[in-house]
Ligand binder design. Structure first.
Ligand SMILES: Nc1ncnc2c1ncn2[C@@H]1O[C@H](COP(=O)(O)OP(=O)(O)OP(=O)(O)O)[C@@H](O)[C@H]1O
Ligand SMILES: [Mg+2]
Length: 262
């Protein structure tokens, strides 16, 4: 089986300022299979967000190329979910979730029905008419997830989507994302600072070096699905956690606050 959705070939990104240049990323070579859940971990500033932006087409590489194999040429290629929700404060929850369908000129009745289905799946159906400022952070992130899925993208690019949530809420949303992903199998690229989160969610964990970010390791995560937090209790989970932590430890400079957590 080789159904590749993304191939990243020799991609590098150098940011050039007036006086200096920052070699932020690469070279990176990476292939992603359709339907795979891939987590990316790496120290702060190693270019994870840059890589996602390049894959999304929001930024261009300084060298190398991205090859994308699309299955649905007319639908959206990817949705992004960020740490800070990225939902519009002046739109109701329903209108936020419906937005990708409005942009695609889906008829209002049908768009509302589809958006409501996703509000149910992400547990915010009771808030359809509410405005984002009246919601908690966890609720807002659920809205962002619903909006990301409603567009029916081929790929979801998630940049530390749960980083701003407290620990308990994070657990709940991890489980919900797993449930939705297991039912709908979209390709997901998920950046996180948490090794635990990467191992719990992903089929595969890409470990990146410090800047310029390169791939240090590419680890298959063997736990069966549907997955629950019980996977964490196994010795294998501990061993993988240790392996990734040992790789990352070396990448965190002594004078930099460590933003990787076990
Ligand atoms: N638009 C830009 N202009 C100049 N430098 C940039 C720009 N975007 C990112 N950088 C630099 O490129 C490097 C990689 O940034 P990026 O945001 O991709 O890292 P990251 O791995 O996502 O970090 P974090 O874990 O803190 O989110 C950093 O040194 C950053 O300062
Ligand atoms: Mg980032």
């Amino acid at each position: 089986m080789n159904d590749r959705i993304v191939r990243v070939e020799g991609v590098e990104r150098v940011f050039t300022g007036r006086r200096s240049a920052v070699h932020a990323l690469g070279p990176i070579d990476l292939e992603i299979e359709r339907g795979q859940f891939v987590a990316i971990v790496g120290p702060s500033g190693c270019g994870k967000s840059t890589l996602l932006r390049i894959i999304a087409g929001l930024d261009a590489p300084s060298a190398g190329e991205i090859v994308i194999a699309r299955k649905q040429p007319t639908g959206p290629l990817c949705s992004m979910v960020f740490q800070d929700y990225g939902i519009f404060p002046w739109k109701t929850v329903l209108a936020n979730v419906r937005l990708p369908l409005d942009i695609a000129h889906v008829r209002r009745a049908e768009a509302n029905a589809t958006a409501r289905e996703w509000l149910v799946r992400t547990g915010v159906e009771g808030f359809a008419a509410a405005y984002p400022h009246t919601l908690s952070g966890g609720m807002r992130q659920r809205v962002a997830l619903a909006r990301a899925f409603v567009a029916h993208p081929e790929m979801l690019l998630m940049d530390e989507p749960f980083a701003a949530l407290d620990a308990q809420l994070r657990l709940v949303l991890q489980q919900e994302l797993l449930r939705v992903w297991e039912a709908h199998r979209r390709t997901i690229l998920f950046v996180t600072h948490s090794i635990d989160e990467a191992l719990l969610l992903a089929d595969r964990v890409i470990v990146m070096s410090g800047r310029p970010g390169r791939i240090l390791d590419d680890i298959e995560v063997p736990f069966p699905r549907p997955r629950s937090r019980d996977a964490r209790a196994t010795a294998e989970f501990g061993a993988l956690e240790e392996r990734i932590w040992n790789l990352l430890k070396g990448t965190v400079e002594a004078d930099e606050p460590a933003r990787v957590s076990a």
